[in-house]
Ligand binder design. Sequence first.
Ligand SMILES: [Zn+2]
Length: 218
Amino acid sequence: MRLFVMVGAPGAGKGTQAAILARALGVPHVASGELFRAAIRGETPLGRQVQEFMGRGALVPDELAIRLILHRLAEPDAADGAILDGFPRTRPQAAALDAALARRGAKVTGALYVGVREQELLRRLSGRWLCRAEGHSYHAVDHPPVRPGVCDIDGSELYQRDDDRPATVRARLERQLPPMYEVVDHYTERGILTAVDGEQSIEQVTEVLLRAMTQPAR
Ligand SMILES: [Zn+2]
């Protein structure tokens, strides 16, 4: 199984890339947020635990998140691999994921870091619109929906969050970037990080990442 981990700031386009790469390789795009929501909807035992935390606005504990991920990776459509998006977000999570995979004789094949300057992240995130149903993300300039105000994927209404204002976005990045850089360091130290300039076109970013992913296994 070839397991890839996407690394990137909010607004770097890693979710978009994960979806494109997953289609290109014929493996599932496992986005942790969607995974949690699906577990809750499915009312599985794990889903009920996730609900307990998310229901009171708490973070899903790492151990539970990893159990959900391993459960998802055991499904038949992930037999050849998967692209993980949204987890790990911290170095301890990355280490815990490595340990859990190692217990199953598995490992992360490669980490794909979509790098974007903070100034550019600010510009992108300040124009962001989200859909009410699934949180699909659009941008007033870079990625407008086909119909204004409506999600292309599920037809739900788009809205802009109060905290998509520049000052709030800057504060959020200042919180989220340091742990992300530690995740970058973690996979760099393991020698499995591919970094790509995320300010190129979507197609160029995809091309670089696909080339790295289809190299013979290291
Ligand atoms: Zn949507």
